[in-house]
Design a protein. Sequence first.
Length: 258
Amino acid sequence: MTAPQKLGLFGGLTTKQIPEAEKSCGVENPREISLQVVVGQLYDVPDEVGLYLSDVLCTSWNAVVDTGVQPGDTVAVWGGGPVGQMAVEFAVVNGAKRVILIDGGQGRWRLDFVKSKVPQLETIDYTLLPKGETVVSTLKKMCDGRGPDVAIECEAGEYSKTLGHTLQRAVGLENDTPESVNEMIESVRGFGSCGVTGIYTGYGKIQPLNMVTHRFRLEDMEKVYDMFNHRAGGMQKIFVETKYSSLPAPGTPILTAL
């Protein structure tokens, strides 16, 4: 790995070659030396940023890349949670001309939250659509009758939108609701792309901290999980603090006591 690559990925060089003369201290064929290393953070990527590189960011990045988002595309994203939010941001980075985010119900607050981070974002609240209108018909109208070029699903399948699927899940007839996937297939343009997600930090093009809204203690996680499960307003993505955590990095949420 070259020095510029290390600077981009880690914020600095991870090792330094010590000249042979200094290593041996003038002793021929030394077998052991002692080095004094300053104790501190090796990388300039804070824990609150690096934490999400192995989960949310790689998931959302692959969702955008695998569906083939191209410059000038119109991209529709279902679900405004952390993965959906980062998929929106990666779509913009990939050159999408328009990005439309679909959400609603208890999670409708996320539409405004994500738009505050990506001002050019367009949104659809499926719970506030006029009578007779659907997500599919609304997207068709917004996209001149043809639909978006790319549709990306970033929702959790256990949240049903309609009574019928809520009842089916309740009696065990289905595990996940297919509603959003059906909307994607019906709304995307002919020969467009649909992507279903599974579960540029180095150069500053993407800011993972945009999705982090809270910091909690590990001891409070039982309460936090209940709040998160009920989609508590304003709670997008959290950082869990343990006794081994570093001090909060600049620009990250302060600790919330429960």
